[in-house]
Design a protein around this ligand. Structure first.
Ligand code: FE2
Length: 394
């Protein structure tokens, strides 16, 4: 029997900075598309015997000794477990396999509390570290009511995060129709019998589900907390940032801590319009807010090689309007320069984005658990550039 390590324990090992070798046994093509930061690729299949010379080559090139700690991983944790067994037979003393493989790793969450000025306000950031997706619980200590913003299909994570803090979820919000992951908004609204809120411009995209349409500047009361809609189109037509109590702006994919949202996924045929909309939303609306307002983004960037640029998952990921005003280069550009920048910094499209948008608009049926795991594997690719534009957040 192979020894397994849970995705949670593996995360803690990474965060402690322990020394170990992570060997990913998938095919090179899959490895190149996306892998955990620092992994070594050693393609392996159960049908093949592990030739001594191959192992020797790997040990020599990576400097691995028989006493070193080794963790193996593959898509589901099956092939990598059989590889781990082989390694043990070859004399390696400390070999573990990530239980459930990259699929389980992709669904792992950190629940991180964000410090707030107002005593009554609780904000929890749910970080899906493998993909770089962020969702939020916004709750009131006094009333015990909470809203969820941008829940993923891992709805239990969000419900647990609220329950652990004595909060009851009474509202669900999405910032926009996501292209990189299946939204849990509708599912959560149905499961809990509560309303689902989206920006009113979504009507232009003909969604096929019920929701409460919120106009820009409209305020929704969540257990005594004021959540105000600020329409920030550009990333998508309906993109709406939610201003929580004049303290934090949940900015979705309009503004990140190290970058800004891409605009050409929806505005493919009219990419210039998307870029101009994004410029107006960020420069004329978001930057008109006071400097102390926190920016709570919808994503942080994760590269194909698993690096999370400029942020540390497991710790709060946010910035402030003031910091970004001074340090985010895109926010200092004139309109023409900004539009050119948007065209010059187009990353690869997220895998399967058309299918994901189809599901999130309610036009296509949700897939099986198996299919949705496959759809979402890989990083989010929501930013205009994968290069970090500021060194760090404050
Ligand atoms: Fe997005």
């Amino acid at each position: 029997m192979a020894d397994f390590i849970s995705p949670e324990d593996f995360r803690d090992k990474l965060d402690r900075g322990e020394h170990f070798y992570l060997i990913d046994t998938r095919m090179k093509k899959d490895f190149d598309e996306w892998h955990i930061n620092g992994a070594i690729n050693f393609p392996y299949s159960k049908e093949n015997s592990l030739e001594a010379y191959e192992m020797k080559k790997l040990r020599a090139s990576e400097g691995i000794s028989l006493e070193d700690q080794i963790v193996t991983v593959c898509a589901k944790g099956i092939t990598s477990a059989s590889f781990a067994e082989k390694l043990k037979h070859k004399g390696f003393s400390d070999v573990k396999t990530i239980k459930g493989g990259l699929r389980a790793w992709s669904g792992l969450y950190d629940h991180v509390q964000i410090a707030t000025e107002k005593d009554d306000l609780i904000i929890v950031q749910l970080q899906r570290r493998a993909k770089g997706c962020l969702g939020y619980i916004v709750g009131s200590r006094r009333s015990g009511e909470a809203a969820v913003v941008d829940p993923s299909r891992y709805t239990k994570e969000f419900i647990d995060a609220a329950t652990e803090r004595g909060l009851k979820i009474t509202h669900v919000f999405d910032t926009h129709i996501h292209a990189d992951h299946v939204s849990g908004g509708r599912e959560m609204a149905e499961r809990l019998g509560i309303n689902y809120y989206l920006g009113s411009d979504l009507e232009k995209r003909n969604p096929e589900f019920d929701y409460i349409s919120v106009k820009s500047n409209q305020v929704i009361d969540v257990g005594g907390l004021q959540i105000k809609a600020i329409h920030t189109p550009g990333h998508t037509t309906e993109m709406t940032s939610w201003l929580v109590e004049s303290e934090a702006l949940i900015s979705g994919d309009s503004l990140f801590v190290d970058s800004i949202g891409r605009t050409e996924l929806e505005f493919e045929d009219d990419a210039e319009r998307g870029a101009v909309l994004q410029y107006r939303s960020l420069l004329e609306k978001v930057l008109s807010l006071p400097d102390r307002i926190k920016i709570l983004p919808g994503h942080f960037s994760v590269s194909d090689s698993g690096e999370s640029g400029g942020v540390k998952p497991g710790t709060p990921i946010f910035s402030t309007i003031g910091y970004l005003r001074r340090n985010n280069r895109a926010l200092q550009m004139e309109k023409d320069e900004f539009v050119d920048y948007m065209f010059e910094n187009v990353p690869d499209k997220p895998p399967n984005y058309e299918r994901v948008i189809g599901i999130n608009l309610g036009r296509e049926e949700r897939g099986s658990e198996e299919e949705e795991i496959e759809l979402e594997l890989g990083p989010n690719r929501c930013a205009a550039s994968e290069e970090s534009m500021v060194g760090s957040s404050e």
